[in-house]
Structure formats: structure tokens, C-alpha cells
Unconditional design. Structure first.
Length: 497
RNA sequence: GUCCCCAUCGUCUAGCCCGGCCUAGGACACCGCCCUUUCACGGCGGCAGCACCGGUUCAAAUCCGGUUGGGGACGCCA
């Protein structure tokens, strides 16, 4: 039996044993949700911190639950997150012969055995056990078969799976996050490693591939702890030293249940579409379970790479808090320079039909000002399109509450009309000049500037809040402002008639 | 049901391994005040937590045991 060179190399000790090689191994049965994304981030940070290798392996041994589209989606998500890989994607489904070769070896060394029980039979037994509240474990029916019986079944061509023979004793390991973990082997089932159709199962393929790919550290969700005991048993059956394990806490939803494909998970791309910045999202997810321990929260990707360590991972499961994500995103938006931010905002404006590709290029200067006016007020890129809509479209309704506060007298009509006249007289339509004009007017009228400011704001924007009024007016331009105020005058007139 | 894991403000966390510096620190959210034409940003302040019970010790958030609570795994899924 000639196993792969990697296995052999490993047995006598790899020369590059200290090289850090990590992987993420998603199954393409769903998109990349926050749980896997966070696992990917930790693996990636760990790899980059140790100048190691980050590998993508697609666990598609179950074709009924896999699709090329999902693989694409996963790769796209990793790309958005900026988690560049050094190797892969490898496809587990293409490595079947290798897995079988390894299984064969276990059969030869009697560390594994054929099982002729059908899935139906097993299901029956499981059901029965459950009904009587007993706990289920494979009863080793097929291990007890005599050689003659086995021969007979094989000759008859009965389908057979391969099970690992779990020895007696105890399985233990030192987890980089959870410290010492152990489990009695009698609590571990003789798991199937190769199905009756020849395809390997997850736990087996996973071990073989991790061995073959010389994975040094397996960083994955703590929902895999029970798998790890099984996998260590497989390593032992091959007389191999298992890699280091680091189980990271699971991200829980608001309801405290694990975020999974079946449970309220959404693709990370959804966050992109909601207007989250890649850096902010990465920062937030990295901090869900890990902390640099010095109260710092806003960390650049480089800084995270520098500071990341598995020892800094908190073993308790965190709850995903969208509000804090929004806050952090706002921090990143405010810290972004206008040019970069503008590029990021444009697609959102286009999507809302507020601008076109063409106008985005033509009116770049104006967009840059727009972005700088709104960046302090937006938590997501989408907010720019929502809060700043009136900059691009004059089809708004006046906020009802604001109307009762700021369009509340026939006097407003006269004030607005006079203000329009003053605007017409301005040589240059600049915010300082506009402000001066307004303040002069309110002085003459012996009223405070604030009420008129509010009225003009409502007329020009339809809302009672937003960036400083004179910046808005300047950016809107004289013609547009005059048009909007005149329209407001008509509106107020009908209200008081 | 069996097994595994976890447990500090509502949430994310620091402190825990190596007991005293903890009157438990930071952040989000929330509430006040200041700044201000509004909204935000920013600044200042406030609210709020060591799950519980025992033990060890001069001393426990920190060590030990139990209870309770929460999560996860128990597939010819991954």
C-alpha cells in the first residue's frame, strides 16, 4: 500500500513542521454567512500574522447539497472581505480515490471494518432507542460477524460502508481556546468513514485532506468539538500526530441560537448591499469573540493581523449585535476620505435612480461635496441615498410634523417671497452670501434667524433636519432653490385658504 | 435522553491562567448636559454587571465543588 508522499513525510516528521497552514472548509450548500465568515477571518488573520498559508477547500462530498453557484458565492464573499487565499479552492469531491486509499489502509490494519447494515435498519434502531429514551450508539452488529458471514455478504454483493473501530479509552487534546478537552471513547460511536457508494464522509475526508494539505492548525466553530474527538481517533488510527486545534465560539443570533443556514443566516454579501464597508464589517466580526485587550475597537486590517492571537479568543458564545455594527460602520464612514467614500456611495445612488453612471462622472465635484456634507450623518452607504435623496430629486412630500411647525402662518409666504428676491439679487450664490442675505432680512423684520432658517430648510428639502442649511442651498444652486421655495409658497397658500 | 462546552452591565468585552492594585475598566444602546439654525458629529456626565449556593484563604470576579441557566453535538449531512 503506497499512501501519498505527504502522509509518509508526516510520519517521519515534516521538515517544515513549523509552517503555519490553515484552511477554511465550507460546504457549498449555502452562501457565506457571518458564522463561516468569522471563522474565515480568524483563519486568515492567523495565517497572515504567522506569515503562513491560507487555503480554501470546498467540502462537497455530498453532491445533492452542493452547487457551483454556491461555490461562486462563497468565493465572491471572501473576495469582498479581502481574505485573499494562497491555495485552493480544492474540491473534496475530486479527491475520492485518495480518501478510499486511506480507508483501505485502515481496513488492512483492522482499525476499521465493513458494515452491511442498511440506512433503513439503522434508522429503525435509532428510532427504537429514542422511543425508549435510551441513547443511541451503533451496536457493532457487523463487527461481530464471522469471517464466513462477511465473505458471504461480500459475495452476494451487499452494499457495505466502512466504519471506524473506536478503541476503548479516552480521547483528549489541548485546544488553543478551550484548553484541555476530553471525552470517554465509549461515548463515541463507530462512525462511518466511507459510505456504501464509496464516497467518504465528512469526518474522514476532512482528516485525510488536512493531512495531505499539511494543515498545521484547525480553526473552526466550537460546534465541531464533538467531531474533533472523532477526527483525533482517525489520526490515531493512522498513527499520525493531529494538528493543533482551536475551536472558536459560535456566533449566536438575538434569540441566542446558533447562526446557521437553517437559522436566520444571511449572506455577507447582504451586508455589502446594505451599505456596510468591508473594513468595518471585518473589524466588527473579528471583535466578536476576540479582543486585543487594550480597549481598542477600531482596528485597521493591518493592526488586526499584527495583534491577532488565538489566546485572545473568549470561549463564550457572543450574540451578534447589528446596532454596534452600524455604529462601527459609521465610524469608518466618517474616517473615510471623500474620494473613496464617493466611489462607494455612487452605486447606491444609481440603484435608487437618483443619478446615472454618466452624471456621476460629470458631477463628481458636486457629489464630493454631497458626501462630505452627509458623512457625519450616515451609518451605512445606503443612508446617503435615503437621507440625501432631496439633492437629486424634487419630488418629496413635506414632513407633516415639520409643516405644522415651520409652515404655520401666512407670514411665512411673505418671508419666503422676500427671501427669494434677495437670493435673486445675490451676485454670487455662495453659502456666506446666502447666510448674510438671510440674516439681513431677519434683522430687518426684527425676528430671529432660526424660524426662517427652518422654514427655508423645509421648503428646500422637505425635512426639518440635515446638514447646515447654507451648505445645502449653495450645493442645490440658485435656480433649484428658487424653484423649490416658490413651490413651497404655493403649498402654504393652499394650506391657509 | 446521552455527551461536550460556556457563564462579568440589555449587548460586545477587559480583569480570571499567575487571588490583594476592582469602590470591577472600556465600547454599543439608552438618559441628561454642553456645542449648535435643525439633525448629526464631538465633549462631559449618568444608568447598568461578577448567575446562585457552599468551600479554600487573612483576602475570591479570580482557585475548588455543586446548583441553575445558556449553547453545541449526537446522520451512509457538512
Amino acid at each position: 500500500m503506497n499512501l501519498s508522499h505527504h502522509l509518509m513525510k508526516n510520519q517521519r516528521g515534516c521538515p517544515d513542521m513549523n509552517e503555519v497552514r490553515v484552511r477554511i472548509a465550507p460546504s457549498p450548500s449555502g452562501f457565506l454567512h457571518v458564522g463561516i465568515a468569522r471563522t474565515a477571518i480568524y483563519n486568515w488573520l492567523f495565517a497572515r500574522h504567522h506569515k503562513g498559508v491560507f487555503i480554501l477547500r470546498i467540502e462537497d462530498t455530498d453532491p445533492s447539497r452542493s452547487s457551483p453557484e454556491m461555490v461562486e458565492a462563497i468565493i465572491e464573499s471572501l473576495k469582498w472581505l479581502g481574505l485573499d487565499r494562497d491555495e485552493g479552492p480544492y474540491y473534496q469531491s475530486q479527491r475520492k480515490e485518495l480518501h478510499q486509499k486511506y480507508a483501505q489502509k485502515l481496513l488492512e490494519t483492522k482499525k476499521a471494518y465493513f458494515c452491511f447494515c442498511t440506512p433503513q435498519e439503522l434508522e429503525e434502531k435509532r428510532k427504537k432507542a429514542k422511543a425508549s429514551k435510551a441513547d443511541w450508539k451503533y451496536d457493532r452488529t457487523c463487527l461481530k460477524l464471522s469471517d464466513a458471514e462477511k465473505e458471504k455478504k461480500i459475495r452476494k454483493g451487499e452494499p457495505r460502508a466502512i466504519r471506524l473501530l473506536v478503541p476503548s479509552g479516552k480521547t483528549e487534546f489541548d485546544d488553543l481556546v478551550y484548553k484541555h478537552l476530553e471525552k470517554e471513547n465509549e461515548d463515541i460511536d463507530d462512525l462511518i468513514i466511507v459510505r456504501s457508494d464509496g464516497r467518504p464522509t465528512y469526518n474522514f475526508a476532512c482528516v485525510v485532506d488536512d493531512v495531505e494539505m499539511r494543515i498545521s492548525h484547525i480553526i473552526r466553530g466550537n460546534d465541531h468539538i464533538s467531531n474533533t474527538f472523532k477526527q483525533i481517533l482517525i489520526y490515531k488510527a493512522f498513527e499520525l500526530t493531529p494538528p493543533k486545534f482551536a475551536h472558536i465560539p459560535l456566533i449566536l443570533g438575538k434569540d441566542k441560537a446558533k447562526v446557521s443556514k437553517r437559522h436566520g443566516a444571511i449572506s455577507v454579501m447582504e451586508y455589502k448591499e446594505q451599505g456596510f464597508l468591508r473594513e468595518a464589517f471585518l473589524n466588527f466580526l473579528a471583535l466578536l469573540g476576540w479582543s486585543p485587550k487594550d480597549n481598542r475597537e477600531i482596528l485597521s486590517t493591518e493592526k488586526m493581523i499584527e495583534l491577532f492571537s488565538l489566546e485572545g479568543v473568549n470561549p463564550a458564545n457572543p450574540i451578534f449585535d447589528p446596532e454596534k455594527l452600524e455604529w462601527m460602520n459609521g465610524e469608518y464612514i466618517r474616517a473615510s476620505d471623500n474620494e473613496k467614500l464617493c466611489d462607494l456611495v455612487i452605486p447606491f445612488l444609481i440603484k435608487e435612480n437618483l443619478i446615472t453612471d454618466k452624471t456621476a462622472k460629470q458631477k463628481r465635484e458636486r457629489l464630493l461635496k454631497f458626501v462630505s456634507l452627509f458623512k457625519e450623518r450616515c451609518k451605512t452607504l445606503k443612508d446617503f441615498a435615503e437621507k440625501g435623496k432631496y439633492f437629486f430629486a424634487f419630488d418629496y412630500r413635506y414632513e407633516p410634523k415639520a409643516v405644522s411647525e415651520h409652515f404655520n402662518s401666512a407670514e411665512d409666504v411673505q418671508r419666503l417671497n422676500t427671501f427669494v428676491q434677495r437670493l435673486d439679487q445675490l451676485e454670487r450664490f455662495e453659502k456666506e452670501k446666502i447666510e448674510q442675505a438671510l440674516r439681513n432680512l431677519t434683522d430687518e423684520m426684527k425676528i430671529k434667524p432660526a424660524p426662517l432658517i427652518h422654514t427655508v430648510r423645509l421648503a428646500a428639502t422637505g425635512t426639518s433636519s440635515g446638514p447646515p442649511l447654507f451648505d445645502i442651498l449653495e450645493l442645490l444652486g440658485r435656480e433649484e432653490v428658487v424653484k423649490r421655495i416658490k413651490k413651497a409658497v404655493e403649498f402654504i397658500k393652499t394650506k391657509f385658504n
